[in-house]
Each structure stands twice: as structure tokens, then as C-alpha cells.
Design a protein around this ligand. Structure first.
Ligand code: ADP
Ligand code: ASP
Ligand code: MG
Length: 407
């Protein structure tokens, strides 16, 4: 007998029929004698619908109330799935974030998990029932409802698996594993049987939304065996995230991630003096805007240029702040573009090889795709291009690095 935490995402619980199919799958685990805690998302489209309702009332919804609203999506699913389980003879109990004491900090809409009291769930499991847990939601010390950021049910599941010391955390979704890139953009993408934790972390942080980045961080920190599988298929082992050292044969590039949620901002002709980077970026940070890529360039004419990227939702606010900074510092101009995409190639094999960058730049150049920004780390290279080239760029790189299916 094993203990599994199973997570089902939005599409997997998107209709009554899908919820019934999930119930049947959970029943099969139980019939094999396993203990099961199930973490679910809101039905597909529901969280977006709720966000839109809030924005109809106020373009910048009050974050505490927004969390109260968004958490209702998952609550619908836990009730329906528990009913579906009991209807087929499987005892089950629905549990909210509050009931499982999913304690978080108070950063509404991107709260961090501080602690989980696994006793509540354990006593449901030991009572012979399936615990059906609302993902994405938690509570802070004062009892306010919090949410963990979009895609946060993955993190709820991994955190629960860590707290319960589960044998494996299985993320059931609408693809049958982690692919070399998003199969919706590149139909020739190849499913990987395993991927290293390090690579998965990088892919998730660079935009591959198959797993929320915090779920991967959690799995690494607490050594949770993590697997991605299809809820639409009965066969298949999915993709296992492995913690072993990669062997010498590691491919140079193992995957490609992309992100269309960013915008680029530049401030040009800033008088060049010590502390100038801080005087540009501190006001952005004070406005609670996260910055991703940062590039400073000074070519010896006593001025400096800065370019950085922010989340597209923050573009308008960041532009306002930067206009003010520009006036204060006596800079020449502020420019920006929110129709950009970031594309990244990732691979642990890159550590010991040169040439990945030149292959990347050359193949994009051959397609006439202009690169606006470049940033690199040990195991990834990212470029920013015009958004309209996103699909072409992903497919070009996928074939340049020979990532296609071989069969
Ligand atoms: P869920 O609702 O189950 O949480 P998500 O939509 O959050 O599902 O994540 C699954 C989606 O992630 C897939 O449908 C796929 O389009 C996308 N995706 C992006 N990159 C990858 C990748 N490298 N491998 C697999 N899926 C990916
Ligand atoms: N329902 C939330 C979202 O759509 C959380 C999740 O699905 O993981 O982002
Ligand atoms: Mg998801």
C-alpha cells in the first residue's frame, strides 16, 4: 500500500463527465489498496471568468477580496468530486485550504506557503476516506483567504505530498508528460520519460506552464518524487522529475520554453555615475513591480542606457514610474514595447559546451528574426524577439537543436 497525492488541473475537471472520470481513476487507486489525497483546480475557464468579473468592477481589484473570489473556483470542484466519489461508493471528504491549515504569508494573489498541518488530512485518510483538497488556496495567520498565484494548485499538491511524506505526487493534466517544448506550438515536440529537476526548474521559470515554478522548487527542497501524466489516457508512465546527476551523454539542449507575458522598457541617456542602476530600479521595486531581465550599457560618453523586462500587466505602471525617474535624473527618453516574447533554450549539457549560443543566434537570423535582448546562465540562453515571431522562433530552434520525435 502506498500513499499518493494526485492533482487534477482545470481541463481534467472541466465538466461533470470529466469529474466523473477523475472519480473513476481515484477509485482504481483505492481498489489497489492505496491511500489517496486528491488536490484539484477550478473547472477550466472558471478562474479567468472570476478575474474578468472583478475587473468589470475595478481594473485593479482589491487583492484581499480578489482572493476571496478566486478561491471559490476550487471549492466548487472539491464538492462535486467528493459527491462523484461517494456516488460510486468511495468514501470522500472535501477540504478547503482553511480546513487543511494551509498556512501562508499575507501576500494576496501570490502567497507563499509557510506551514501545513498534515494531521487533518491524515485523520481523513486513516478513517478510510479520500481527502479531496482545494488547490491554490491557503490562509494567513489572521485567517484571511490567500491564493498561491496562477497555476498554484501544482504547488498545493507538492506541498501536501511533502507534508504527508507521500510515495509520489502525480500531476494529472491535459498532456501526457513534459515535452521538449509546448506541443501546442510545436506538434513535433517529443515527450521526455525523465527530466532532471534542474532543467524542470529552469523550464518552469522561463514560462513552460505545465508545472508552476514553486511546485518544482518545493519538490526539490523536500525531495518529493514528482510525475506529470495525462488524465485523458490510461496508459503511459508520463514524465518523472529525477534528482540524479545527469550522465555524460546529456543532450546540449533538452527543452525550449517561452513566455509572452513580458514587456520591455528602456531608459536612454541617463547621466552615468555610481549608483545610477539603483536610482533607476529602486522606484520600480518600490512600486512592487518585479523585474526580470536587466541590461545596462555604458559606452564612455558619460551616459548609460538601461533596458529591463517586467510582467505585461505591470507595463503601464512601470512606464509611468520610469517617466518620473527620467525627469528626476535628466535622462534623454523612455521607450517601451509590450508586444515581445522571450524564448529560452535549456539544457544541463550546455555547461560544458560552447556553440549553443551561436547555433541559436544563427538559426534565428536565417529566418529573419531580429533579437532584441539576450541573457544567459549556466544552463540556459534566453532571447527577446517580436511577439509575432514566437511560433516561428520556437519551431526553428526546436529543429536546429534536433529535438523532434525520432520514431
Ligand atoms: P492544468 O490545467 O492541468 O494545470 P496547464 O494548462 O496549467 O494544465 O498546463 C498544461 C499545459 O502546459 C499543456 O496543455 C501545454 O500546452 C503546456 N505546456 C507548456 N510547455 C510544455 C511542455 N514543455 N511540456 C508539456 N506541456 C507544456
Ligand atoms: N485555478 C487556478 C488557476 O487557474 C489555480 C490552478 O489551476 O492551478 O490559475
Ligand atoms: Mg496548471
Amino acid at each position: 500500500m502506498a500513499l499518493y497525492v494526485l492533482k487534477f488541473g482545470g481541463t481534467s475537471v472541466g465538466s461533470v463527465e470529466r469529474i466523473q472520470a477523475v472519480a473513476q481513476r481515484v477509485k482504481r487507486y483505492r481498489d489497489q489498496g492505496h491511500q489517496v489525497a486528491v488536490v484539484v483546480s477550478a473547472m477550466s475557464g472558471e478562474t479567468n471568468r472570476l478575474v474578468a468579473l472583478a475587473k468589470d468592477i475595478n481594473e485593479q481589484p482589491m487583492t484581499r477580496e480578489l482572493d476571496v473570489l478566486l478561491s471559490t473556483g476550487e471549492q466548487v470542484t472539491i464538492a462535486l468530486l467528493s459527491m462523484a466519489l461517494m456516488t460510486i461508493g468511495v468514501p470522500a471528504t472535501s477540504m478547503t485550504g482553511d480546513q487543511i491549515r494551509m498556512m501562508t504569508d499575507s501576500t494576496h494573489s501570490k502567497a507563499r506557503i509557510m506551514d501545513i498541518d498534515e494531521q487533518a488530512v491524515m485523520s481523513v485518510l486513516n478513517g478510510g476516506k479520500v481527502a479531496v483538497i482545494a488547490g491554490f488556496q491557503g490562509r494567513d495567520e489572521q485567517g484571511n483567504i490567500t491564493t498561491l498565484g496562477r497555476g498554484g494548485s501544482d504547488t498545493s499538491a507538492v506541498a501536501m505530498a511533502a507534508a504527508l511524506k507521500a510515495d509520489e505526487c502525480r500531476i494529472y493534466t491535459d498532456v501526457d508528460g513534459v515535452y521538449t517544448t509546448d506541443p501546442r506550438v510545436e506538434p513535433n515536440a517529443r515527450k521526455m520519460d525523465t527530466i532532471t529537476f534542474e532543467e524542470m526548474l529552469e523550464l518552469a521559470s522561463l514560462g513552460a506552464k505545465v508545472l508552476q515554478i514553486r511546485s518544482v522548487e518545493f519538490a526539490g527542497k523536500y525531495n518529493v518524487p514528482l510525475r506529470v501524466l495525462s488524465s485523458f489516457q490510461d496508459e503511459g508512465e508520463g514524465t518523472l522529475i529525477t534528482f540524479e546527476e545527469q550522465d555524460m551523454e546529456a543532450p546540449l539542449v533538452s527543452g525550449i520554453a517561452f513566455n509572452r507575458d513580458e514587456a520591455r522598457l528602456s531608459i536612454l541617456g541617463v547621466p552615468d555615475q555610481p549608483n545610477v542602476a539603483a536610482s533607476v530600479l529602486l522606484p520600480i521595486g518600490k512600486a512592487d513591480i518585479d523585474v526580470d531581465m536587466i541590461i545596462q550599457n555604458s559606452v564612455g560618453d558619460n551616459t548609460a542606457d538601461f533596458t529591463f523586462t517586467v510582467h505585461r500587466n505591470d507595463y503601464a505602471r512601470a512606464t509611468e514610474v520610469l517617466e518620473q525617474v527620467s525627469a528626476d535624473l535628466g535622462a534623454r527618453e523612455v521607450r517601451g514595447n509590450d508586444k515581445i516574447a522571450k524564448i529560452s533554450v535549456v539544457g544541463v549539457g550546455m555547461k560544458s559546451h560552447v556553440g549553443v549560443a551561436s547555433t541559436m543566434f544563427e538559426s534565428l537570423g536565417n529566418e529573419g528574426i531580429n533579437i532584441q535582448l539576450i541573457s544567459t546562465s549556466e544552463i540556459k540562453i534566453s532571447v527577446v524577439v517580436e511577439e509575432k515571431y514566437l511560433e516561428l522562433a520556437v519551431r526553428t530552434l526546436h529543429s536546429a537543436f534536433k529535438l523532434e520525435q525520432t520514431a
